[in-house]
Design a protein around this ligand. Structure first.
Ligand code: ADP
Ligand code: MG
Length: 707
C-alpha cells in the first residue's frame, strides 16, 4: 500500500482498486462493485446528490417544518409516552424555545442518557408534530463542557443511497480517496483549449470541493446544484453521454454505404398515382433524405413529425429510391397492427410500380414464413415490412440498402441502437463492408434540448406541417360521474354515420388485465347502446382476429371500437371522429396526444372526451388542461416535461437506461448547446480522448463502446 504523502506516481486513479483504502476488505469491495465502483476514480465520481448544512447551530425558535438543522439544547424532560405508538419523548430547550425529539425505536440506555439538564447537539429534519415541532429519530451527541465538540467546517454531502453502505461510510471513503489525488494521476480529459473556452477549473479542484465543500461555500448554489464546480462536472458528464452516441455514429460512418440515387421517372410515376399532393414539409424532408442517400456514407436520420403529418409516404419514397438502385428496403414497425397498415399502404403505392412487397412478423405460419424468408433471401421481395421479427430471426437479406424504423419512441435508446446494429449486420451479408442507410421515424415530439442529447447520433428532419383540410380536434375534460352523457354523445355521433373509439387504460402495463377491462367495457357499452355495432380490439387477440376487427372498422361496418392503448400508434381511419379515453390521468401527455391523433384525420370536426376518474389531483388537472388547450405535439411534450420531468416523460422508453450522476438534463439544459459543440470538436480532433471520457463516466458496460 502506498501512503498518501508519497510523491506522485504515474499510475492513474482508475488503476487503483478501492481495496487500497483503509478498512476496505473483500466484503466492502463487493458492495462497492455492486454500484459499479471499482477504482479510486470511480469513488471520486460517485458524487453527492445533495448536501446538508451542519456548519452552524440554529436557535430553536428559528426552526421551521421540513428544514434540516443542527440545534443545541438542554434536556428538560424525557418520558415514554403511550400514544398510538409507544415513543420516547425528549423535550429539549435553549434560550429561545423548546422542541421535541421523538424516538419510536429506543432502548433503556438511550432513555437513561437523556438525563435532565444534559446538553445535546442534535441534527435532523424538523417535522410538524402533534404538539409543535419535532425531530423524529435525529442524530445526536452528548455535549460535555470539558470536551467541546467542534462544529464541522464543511457542508455534509449526501450520496446516492445504496444498500448496505451508510452515508457515514461513503463519506469517509470519499475523504480518504481525496488524499490520493496527490498520489495518483487524475488526467484532465478535456483538451486545454476547450477548457479555456469554457472557463473551466481543474477537475481535481472540483472533486475536492464537491466531496467536501468548505463552510463558506455558496450553499444556495450548491444546494441548487448550480455551483460552477457542479456545472463543471455536469458538463463533462453530459459530454460523455453525447460522445458515446457520436462515437456510434462515427464508427458506423467509417463503413461506407452504397450511393442511392433518385430515379426521376419512377419517382414521378409514384407521385402521379398518389391521391394527394405532398406538403411543403414532406417535400423538404424527402429532399434531405435523398441528399443523404446519394452519399457514400450510411444515412442516420430521424424524422420527427406530429401524428398525422404524413411520415409514411415519405418513408415509401425513400424505399422507392432503394428499389430503383436494385437494393432492398426493410420497414420495421413496433406493433402488428401498424405493420399491417404499412403493408396495405405500401402495397397500394408500390405494387402498381411492379414492386414486390415482402411481409414478416412473428405471427406467420411456418409455411408462410418459409415463403417470405426465401423471397427476402433471393431478393424477390424488394420492400419488406414487418415487426422486429425482421431483425430478430435468422433472416438473410439479398441486398439490404435501407432500414426504416417507424415509431421509434416505442423503443429505448439502447434498443434502438441494438436494432440498428442487427439491421446493419444483416445488411453486411451481401454488401461487402458497406452498411445500409437508416431512417428512423417518430411521432413523439421531443423538446429540442432533450432531442439533442437523446439522438446525438442522428441528423434531424422535421415534418412541421399537417396535410391541408384537417379540422382541429376539440377536446373536453369530463368527470366519469357524467359517463351517461358521454355514452349518449357516442350514440348520437354514430347515428349520424360517424365512427368512434372508446379507449380503456390501466395503471399497470399488463396486457391481460387491460384486455379484461376492455372486454368488460365493451360488454357494458353493448348493453347501453344496443343499436350500435361494437367491436373490441386488444393485444391478446390473435393477429387474424385483430386484422378482422380493424378491417371491419375501416370498412365502416363497426361503429364503435372499444380498444386498449394498442391503437396508440399509427392506426388510420379517417371516418373516426370521436374518441373517448377513460382514465386519461393514467397516461403521459405524449401518449394521450398519440391516442388522440387517431381522430381528426378526416374533414369532419373531431372530438376527444377525456373521461377522468374523479376526484382528480391538481397535477392531473393541470396536465389534462394542457391536452384541452393544445393540439401541438411539441408544446404538449414541453409541458409534460415541465410538469413531470424527463424521467417520467421518457421513462425507460426514451432515455433508456440513461442515468446521470450529477447532471440533470432539464436543470442543466443551458449547457447542452456547448456540450454538443464540444463533443463535435472532440470527435473531429481528439478521437482518442473520446473513449476515455465515455469510460470514465459511463463505465465499461456502456453499450456504445461495444458497438
Ligand atoms: P403519421 O405521420 O402519423 O405516420 P400517416 O403517414 O399515417 O401519418 O398519414 C396520415 C394520413 O394522412 C394518411 O391517411 C395519409 O395517407 C394522409 N396523408 C399523408 N400525406 C398527405 C398529404 N400531403 N395530403 C393529404 N393527405 C396526406
Ligand atoms: Mg405513422
Amino acid at each position: 500500500m502506498i501512503a498518501p504523502n508519497d510523491c506522485k506516481t504515474s499510475i492513474g486513479l482508475d488503476q487503483v482498486s478501492v481495496s487500497t483504502l483503509k478498512g476496505v476488505g473483500s466484503n466492502l469491495t463487493a458492495k462497492l462493485a455492486k454500484i459499479n465502483v471499482h477504482s479510486l476514480q470511480d469513488l471520486l465520481f460517485h458524487l453527492p446528490i445533495r448536501y446538508t448544512d451542519r456548519t452552524r447551530i440554529t436557535p430553536i425558535a428559528a426552526l421551521l417544518p421540513s428544514m434540516s438543522a443542527v440545534i443545541e439544547g438542554d434536556v428538560r424532560s424525557c418520558d415514554v409516552v403511550m400514544g398510538k405508538r409507544r415513543s420516547l419523548v425528549v423535550r429539549l430547550h435553549d434560550t429561545t424555545g423548546l422542541v421535541i425529539l421523538r424516538f419510536f425505536h429506543f432502548n433503556n440506555a438511550q432513555k437513561q442518557g437523556f438525563s435532565q439538564g444534559a446538553r445535546f447537539r442534535v441534527f435532523g429534519e424538523v417535522s410538524r408534530g402533534a404538539s409543535g415541532l419535532e425531530f423524529y429519530h435525529p442524530e445526536y451527541d452528548l455535549l460535555d463542557d470539558a470536551n467541546p465538540l467542534p462544529m464541522t467546517q464543511y457542508l455534509t454531502p449526501v450520496y446516492p443511497a445504496t444498500e448496505g453502505l451508510t452515508q457515514a461510510r461513503l463519506r469517509s471513503l470519499a475523504l480518504q480517496t481525496l488524499n490520493y489525488l496527490d498520489v495518483y494521476q487524475l488526467p484532465e480529459l478535456l483538451p486545454e483549449k476547450l477548457r479555456r473556452q469554457l472557463n473551466q477549473c481543474s477537475l481535481a479542484e472540483a472533486l475536492r470541493y464537491l466531496h467536501q465543500p468548505p463552510a463558506d461555500a455558496d450553499k444556495d448554489l450548491l444546494l441548487a446544484s448550480e455551483h460552477p464546480f457542479q456545472q463543471r462536472l455536469a458538463y463533462e458528464e453530459l459530454l460523455a453521454h453525447h460522445l458515446s452516441l457520436l462515437l456510434v455514429r462515427h464508427k458506423t460512418q467509417q463503413e461506407g454505404a452504397h450511393r442511392l440515387r433518385v430515379n426521376t421517372k419512377l419517382h414521378n410515376t409514384f407521385l402521379e398515382q398518389l391521391a394527394f399532393k405532398l406538403t411543403k414539409a414532406q417535400q423538404r424532408v424527402f429532399a434531405e433524405i435523398s441528399g443523404d442517400l446519394a452519399k457514400p456514407l450510411p444515412m442516420l436520420r430521424l424524422i420527427q413529425g406530429d401524428v398525422g403529418s404524413g411520415k409514411t409516404v415519405v418513408a415509401a419514397m425513400a424505399a422507392l429510391i432503394a428499389v430503383a438502385n436494385g437494393k432492398q428496403a426493410a420497414i420495421m414497425a413496433p406493433t402488428e397492427i401498424l405493420a399491417e397498415q404499412h403493408r396495405l399502404n405500401f402495397a397500394r403505392w408500390l405494387e402498381p410500380l411492379n414492386i414486390k412487397i415482402g411481409w414478416l412478423t412473428g405471427k406467420l405460419t411456418a409455411k408462410e414464413r418459409r415463403t417470405q424468408v426465401a423471397a427476402i433471401a433471393t431478393g424477390e421481395a424488394q420492400v419488406i415490412i414487418g415487426t422486429h421479427a425482421l431483425f430478430q430471426e435468422k433472416v438473410q437479406f439479398a441486398d439490404l440498402g435501407l432500414v426504416i424504423i417507424d415509431e421509434q419512441h416505442r423503443f429505448g435508446v439502447h434498443q434502438r441502437l441494438s436494432l440498428s446494429q442487427k439491421g446493419y449486420q444483416q445488411g453486411l451479408n451481401n454488401s461487402g463492408s458497406l452498411r445500409p442507410h437508416q431512417l428512423i421515424m417518430t411521432a413523439t415530439p421531443i423538446p429540442r434540448t432533450l432531442a439533442m442529447s437523446a439522438y446525438a447520433d442522428l441528423d434531424f428532419s422535421v415534418i412541421d406541417e399537417l396535410p391541408p383540410g384537417r379540422t382541429p380536434i376539440s377536446t373536453v375534460v369530463i368527470s366519469d360521474q357524467r359517463r351517461g352523457e358521454v355514452i349518449e354523445r357516442v350514440r348520437l355521433g354514430c347515428e349520424e354515420g360517424r365512427q368512434a373509439y372508446w379507449v380503456c387504460t390501466l395503471i399497470e402495463e399488463s396486457e391481460a388485465l387491460a384486455a379484461q377491462a376492455a372486454q368488460a367495457t365493451a360488454e357494458s357499452l353493448t348493453m347501453a347502446l344496443p343499436h350500435l355495432r361494437i367491436g373490441l380490439i386488444h393485444g391478446r387477440l390473435k393477429a387474424a382476429e385483430k386484422e378482422a376487427v380493424m378491417s371491419a372498422f375501416k370498412a365502416n361496418s363497426v361503429d364503435l371500437l372499444v380498444a386498449t392503448t394498442v391503437i396508440e400508434v399509427g392506426v388510420d381511419v379517417p371516418n373516426a371522429s370521436l374518441m373517448v379515453i377513460e382514465n386519461p390521468e393514467r397516461l403521459g401527455l405524449a401518449q394521450l396526444h398519440q391516442l388522440r391523433g387517431r381522430v381528426g384525420r378526416g374533414s369532419t370536426a373531431s372530438h376527444c372526451v377525456l373521461l377522468y376518474g374523479s376526484p382528480l389531483s391538481q397535477d392531473s388537472k393541470a396536465r389534462l388542461n394542457v391536452m384541452r388547450e393544445s393540439s401541438d405535439g411539441f408544446y404538449i411534450a414541453e409541458q409534460d416535461l415541465l410538469l413531470r420531468g424527463p424521467g417520467e416523460v421518457f421513462g425507460t422508453r426514451q432515455t433508456g437506461e440513461i442515468q446521470f450522476k450529477i447532471a440533470d438534463i432539464l436543470r442543466d439544459a443551458q449547457l447542452l448547446p456547448s456540450v454538443k459543440e464540444g463533443a463535435e470538436q472532440l470527435v473531429a480532433h481528439h478521437l482518442a480522448l473520446c473513449e476515455k471520457i465515455v469510460l470514465r463516466w459511463l463505465g465499461k458496460s456502456d453499450i456504445y463502446l461495444q458497438v
